[in-house]
Design a protein around this ligand. Structure first.
Ligand code: ADP
Ligand code: ZN
Length: 437
């Protein structure tokens, strides 16, 4: 189901007009109400009047996570506190929290955005939407919750953790849709497999909305098979509101961005210039409707590309390709760029391995070391190293050829890698960077 055809399927020329109108308003607000933006624009010699079309967006200054931290907590706010209705803060994947504040309109627009994604799974009255994203300052829980409410669905606010109870309620309450991180969904699927009382085939689960971290096609297939669902990717970030900046449609071929609210660009992270259409680079967003904290050209650090072709689903909204990773999650191992998600993608090619992994990077004798813990599935595991060899060798060869580095692979017994209830932590980088450069 398409929740808001007028916006999601708007002819592109019309969308550009709407974006132009909204950008002009946003820039004016930023300049007049947020001293940070006035300073930045004055320094660049840009006045709000210089912005007359959406194409002028490239004249505007960027905003980074560092700016948000420097202006902590409310320096980027464009409205008085009396107009603020909620405060969230990011989960801090990369350090100190980043604050997001919302007016009532901002909260309504956010719910609308999430509703557009949930509508892809035909969510409506009678559906039980189990929200197993963490509730709290993290935007995942309340974001998904409000989206489900907007569609008239039944909200089941389980939050994350307590997995046994989660799957019991899932069965007893007839959950039809699950919202959580893909890594937690995987953990719940494993709990169901192990459970004596809960069986996947007894569940009414039909669809899952998974996001807040990158995940691969391998994990998607695994979740769809184990939970008997369609797994839909939902993307978002606190700086733009939270989950629901975009989401996949039923064709699972890129994440539609709700462009009437967020304008996406892809830039070269080194030169900061826009890349050619369709090329890979860093995703940048400008908010077009936000009142409490409008944001110009926010550098997400997410590496991906934009797909402009019209989608089979009928939506004209531009799509972002799979997120390759975050530039700040990228590991440089002996000079080679490595993304943890590459490991996940490779692991899921091997049926004997579970998709769980943990990377430890260190530096010994001036050489980077890369240790990879993986698990064999119970039916393939043997504590005897000789019996593990036939599994390790092909995995090792594939890791070397795809990633260009030689990992030390360690096979652990099933279920020994720490499972996550929120965003999974896959890496421990023990190298001391303090005396670099
Ligand atoms: P933090 O920066 O602390 O992680 P957020 O919760 O705001 O705070 O996280 C936003 C980031 O999470 C995005 O910039 C992106 O890197 C990641 N993310 C969110 N949804 C997805 C998704 N569906 N696929 C890949 N990455 C995602
Ligand atoms: Zn589509």
């Amino acid at each position: 189901m398409i929740h808001n055809p007028a916006m999601e399927c708007m002819p592109r020329e019309e969308m550009r007009k709407l974006q132009t109108e909204r950008l002009i308003k946003t820039v004016k607000t930023c300049y007049e109400k947020v001293p940070f933006y006035k300073r930045k624009m004055d320094k660049m010699g840009i006045k709000p009047e210089d912005i007359t079309s959406i194409d002028d967006i490239t004249k505007l200054p960027f905003t980074t996570k560092y700016d948000l931290r420097d202006e902590y907590p409310f320096g980027l706010q464009a409205v008085p506190m009396s107009e603020v209705r909620r405060i969230h803060a990011s989960s801090g994947t990369t350090g100190k929290p980043v604050v997001g504040t919302y007016t009532q309109n901002d909260l309504d627009n956010w719910a609308e955005c999430v509703a557009r994604v949930l509508a892809v799974g035909d969510i409506g009255p009678g559906d039980v939407v189990q929200v197993s994203y963490g509730y709290g300052l993290f935007t995942g829980g309340l974001g998904a919750h409000d989206g489900a409410a907007k569609l008239g669905a039944i909200q089941l606010p389980t939050s994350s953790g307590n997995s046994e109870k989660q799957i019991m309620l899932m069965q007893d309450f007839g959950t039809t849709a699950l919202c959580c991180t893909p890594s937690y969904a995987l953990h719940l699927a494993e709990c169901i497999e192990k459970s004596d009382t809960v069986k996947a085939e007894n569940l009414k689960l039909r669809v899952g909305f998974f996001g807040a971290e990158p995940w691969t096609w391998g994990i998607r297939r695994e979740l769809e098979k184990k939970l008997h669902i369609k797994a839909i990717d939902i993307y978002g970030l606190t700086e733009m509101s939270g989950p629901g900046v975009g989401g996949e449609c039923q064709y699972q071929d890129g994440t539609h961005v709700w462009e009437d609210m967020f304008y996406p660009e892809i830039i070269n992270p080194e030169t900061l210039e826009p890349v050619a259409p369709g090329e890979q680079g860093e995703l940048v967003f400008t908010s077009l409707c936000k009142e409490a904290m409008p944001i110009l050209r926010y550098r997400t650090r997410d590496l991906t590309h934009l797909i402009y072709e019209k989608c089979r689903c009928g939506r004209t909204a531009v799509r972002i390709g799979k997120i390759l990773g975050r530039s700040d999650d990228m590991l440089i191992i002996r000079g080679v760029n490595v993304f943890p998600s590459q490991v996940e993608a490779i692991l899921t090619e091997f049926p004997a391995f579970s998709p769980q992994y943990f990377i430890t990077v260190d530096r010994k004798n001036h050489e980077d070391t890369f240790d990879l813990d993986v698990e064999l599935r119970p039916e393939f595991f043997s504590p005897n190293p000789a019996k593990q060899m036939p599994f390790i060798k092909p995995l090792y060869d594939r890791l070397c050829s795809v990633m260009g580095i030689k990992p030390n692979v360690h096979i652990l017994p099933p279920n020994s890698i720490q499972r996550s209830t929120g965003k999974a932590k896959h890496v421990n980088d023990k190298r001391d960077f303090s005396n670099w450069r």
